[in-house]
Design a protein around this ligand. Structure first.
Ligand code: F6P
Length: 355
């Protein structure tokens, strides 16, 4: 008999259900007596004791369903050791519920913050297996996170759609793509969508270089330019500001694209438009790639549970699904290397990164 708790935490993405289905189907298929509970709304459910029983039927028909059937929430890691507003010790409460529910293991699906808390629970003695979720693809220890490719498809489609209208009107368009700390999504969608300028947090940009790239296109008789700009893109000048001063400056604009757009308009005299696909990038159905990788990751997580091999994230490295010790993942970020071949190749064909 095995009793497993599923928990999805942090921002949602397209392939959460497909991944849980992969774990559940493998367990139902191979373990004689298995009970799965869905812990509701992320770590909140584990702290406050909210869950629902799940059965094989709950995992049927959800391969293509976006979002998460058990809900999610953001519970900052840095507050986990702080008592809640009623003085409740959250870590103690999570451990108590784990024991009360007689769980053999928690299966936790999430991104960076989620992994820090999962590792904390491991250190506290709970059995944990995690799965790498995020459209940002910034989890350390895995080449790919599920959700990323689906988001790339949506962000690319946004750039594709902008292409036709930008060309008709001869305008400069900025498409702002999700990613506060890393630029994987912007880089991939930018290349796939044929953006002329790609700005990511890992490569602070010089506004004049961006303006030069636009002017060069104009001189070449190209009527429009498209910029793929990550939410967390930052200019060289602004990267030298203190956090406080940067926050103050950014308050004047809804987001980085509006600030950059105003600067470009002033310096080029060209008409600028800004498009922010926002949370649509996390919505809708998972793409086939994500469905496949989610199924593989899920099946491998179930195998770890069957072997009672706990304390691992299931990752994807060098085309193999592999267990990665949770302690080696938590607290680290996988950022785009500005010297990587993908950046060099993009630069070789003339994509401007503003550096
Ligand atoms: O981590 C995923 C992500 O979608 C980021 O790309 C984005 O910056 C952030 O979440 C948005 O968070 P929220 O859903 O809390 O607005």
């Amino acid at each position: 008999m095995k009793r497993i708790g599923f928990l999805t935490s942090g921002g949602d993405c397209q392939s959460l259900n497909a991944t849980m289905r992969g774990v559940a189907k493998t367990l139902y298929e191979n373990v004689e007596d298995v009970e799965i509970i869905g812990i509701l709304d992320g770590y909140k459910g584990l702290i406050y004791g909210n869950y629902k029983k799940l059965g094989p039927r709950d995992f049927s028909g959800i391969l293509t369903e976006g979002g998460t059937i058990i809900g999610t929430s953001r519970q900052p890691f840095k507050l986990m050791r702080e008592p809640d507003e009623n003085g409740m010790d959250k870590v103690k409460a999570m451990k108590n519920n784990y024991t009360k529910w007689k769980l053999d293991c928690l299966v936790i699906l999430g991104g960076n913050g989620t992994h820090k808390t999962a590792n904390l629970l491991r250190e506290e003695g709970l059995n944990v297996v995690t799965l790498p979720k995020t459209i940002d693809n910034d989890l350390f220890g895995t080449d790919m996170t599920f959700g990323f490719q689906s988001a790339v498809n949506i962000a690319t489609a946004a750039i594709d759609n902008i292409h036709t209208t930008a060309a008709s009107h001869g305008r400069v368009f900025i498409v702002e793509i999700m990613g506060h700390s890393v630029g994987w999504l912007t880089l991939h969608a930018g290349i796939a969508g044929g953006a002329d300028i790609v700005l990511i947090p890992e490569i602070p940009y010089d506004t004049d270089k961006v303006v030069d790239a636009i002017n060069k296109r104009t001189e070449q008789g190209k009527k429009f330019s498209i910029l793929a700009v990550a939410e967390g893109a930052i200019s060289i000048q602004d990267s030298e500001l203190s956090k406080k001063d940067l926050k103050k400056k950014m308050k004047m604009y809804p987001s980085i694209s509006y600030m950059l757009g105003a600067e470009i308009e002033e310096k080029t005299g060209q008409e600028i438009r800004i498009t922010v696909p926002g949370h649509t990038q996390r919505g809708g159905i998972p793409c086939p790639y994500d469905r496949v990788i989610s199924t593989q990751l899920g099946a491998e997580a179930a195998k770890l549970i069957m072997a009672e091999k706990y304390g691992y994230m299931v990752g994807f490295k060098n085309n193999e699904i592999v267990p990665v010790p949770l302690k080696d993942v938590a607290g680290k970020i996988k950022a785009v290397d500005p010297k990587s071949s993908i950046i060099k190749q993009a630069k070789a064909l003339g994509i401007c990164f503003g550096d």
